[in-house]
Design a protein around this ligand. Structure first.
Ligand SMILES: Cc1ncc(COP(=O)(O)O)c(C=O)c1O
Length: 413
């Protein structure tokens, strides 16, 4: 980094810290100081002390409301209304903040935004406009409306007041946890990590601030390599809140200065963390919210010999996603199995197969029995059985026993 840009970054960091103190007063008034707790289960799974900061229990279901509250507070006397472009947590945060300060809110969402998000945003009194298929088109419409109506456009991350608002999480952590060594933060456009990082590096410089993003959207890692924000190819991810093509200009400068490392996590790991949070922790997290824990549980970030805080940044997940994640999680743990094989088409054959499954306390929940497909050997049926099982080891025993009894079955996904 050149000395000019490092001075620049230092000034930015100081400005965030200074504004975050004012933001704290506003955020504490209108949002929750969410709990942070040690998780015995996840500590033992990760091999070190792990605490979770439950921003999924925040007003509107995500931390985003912190930045929105402070930003709307700052502009409330100059504008009658605010505009945001978002189908995610920023939408609800801005709608909620506008309601608190008595401003009108227009939220522009891409066509095809989930009904649940549209309804939740309308529920806070915002006007929702659906426009554009791609986010860029949605953004253009939002900017045009802001200009036409003379409303303030509220950026989701690249705004110093938004960053200062998100930074208030760091004050919670310093008050709630006596000693901690690292904080794991999900990264979308970088507002959350640059805010939390700026304040922690100011008050607790020895604490490591680590970012996590999905493999499908590695914009921070690529920007750090290039030394500037660059647009990356994105794939689809369950952590939709982190699906950003390019890190912000302000956030990148701050990240360069205050972040100790950035790691990528894959989709299976994120989905499994959502499942484990539900199953073991009784906690509902969305993909972006679970990615910090996923990084610790997968070993991407070591938890050994240190106290780690994973920020569970949000809990707004579509119900249609949850059931798929639960099924995947159950299958991964061997609590749900699907096996397929050929069975002679004569009386009692299927029953023998089912008896073997039952002996191992498998509980059958579905059977498909196909005799018509021309690829099936003559006088046989192709049988697919789905059952609840007692774990991977038991599924293996069932397959072995079926094989000893002359039935060749294999597990299918
Ligand atoms: C739940 C959740 N976590 C993390 C993020 C990332 O925040 P930022 O864009 O400030 O990096 C978002 C962004 O929308 C989010 O909704």
């Amino acid at each position: 980094m050149s000395s000019a840009s490092s001075a620049d970054a230092e000034t930015l960091v100081r400005e965030v810290v200074s504004r975050s103190r004012e933001a704290l007063e506003i955020v504490r008034k209108y949002a929750h100081k969410t709990p942070v707790e040690v998780s015995a289960t996840f500590s033992s799974m990760a091999g070190g002390k792990v605490l979770l900061k439950y921003e999924n229990l925040q007003k509107t279901g995500a931390f985003k409301v912190r930045g929105a509250l402070y930003k709307v507070y700052k502009i409330k006397d100059k504008y009658e209304g605010v505009v945001a472009a978002s189908a995610g947590n920023h939408a609800q945060g801005v709608a909620y903040a506008a309601k608190i300060f008595g401003l009108k809110a227009v939220i522009v969402m891409p066509e095809g935004a989930p009904i649940s998000k549209i309804e939740a945003t309308k529920g806070y009194g915002a006007e929702v406009i659906l426009a554009g298929r791609l986010f860029d088109e949605t953004l253009k419409v939002a900017l045009r409306i802001a200009e036409e109506r003379n409303y303030a456009f509220i950026h989701a991350f690249d705004d110093i007041d938004i960053i200062a608002g998100q930074a208030t999480i760091a004050y919670d952590l310093m008050e709630q946890v006596e000693g901690f060594d690292q904080v794991i933060v999900p990264v979308g456009g970088g507002g959350l990590i640059s805010g939390v990082g700026a304040v922690l590096k100011y008050y607790r410089p020895y604490v490591s601030v680590i970012g996590v993003e999905p493999e499908a959207a590695p914009k921070t890692l690529e920007a750090l390599k290039a030394g500037r924000p660059v647009e990356v190819q994105t794939g689809s991810t369950i952590a939709d809140g982190l699906l950003v093509k390019k890190i912000g200009n302000l956030t990148f400068k701050i990240i360069q200065r205050v972040v100790d490392g950035v790691y990528l996590v894959g989709e299976d790991e994120i989905a499994h963390a959502i499942y484990l949070l539900l199953e073991r922790g009784k906690v509902l997290a969305e993909g972006a919210g679970a990615i910090s824990l996923a990084a610790l549980l997968s070993g991407k970030i070591s938890a050994r010999n240190r106290t780690s805080i994973a920020i569970i940044s949000g809990g707004n997940i579509d119900l249609t996603h949850i059931y798929r994640i639960i099924l995947r999680g159950l299958a991964r743990e061997g609590r749900l199995a699907r096996i397929r094989g050929f069975v002679r088409d004569s009386p009692g054959q299927l029953r023998t197969v089912l008896d073997i499954i039952a002996r191992h306390r498998g509980n059958v929940i579905g059977i498909q029995h196909d005799r018509i497909d021309p690829h099936i050997p003559a006088w046989h049926a192709l049988v697919t059985i789905t059952f609840e099982a007692m774990g991977r080891e038991v599924i293996r025993k069932i397959l072995d026993e079926l094989s000893s009894a002359g039935y060749s079955f294999e597990e299918v996904s």
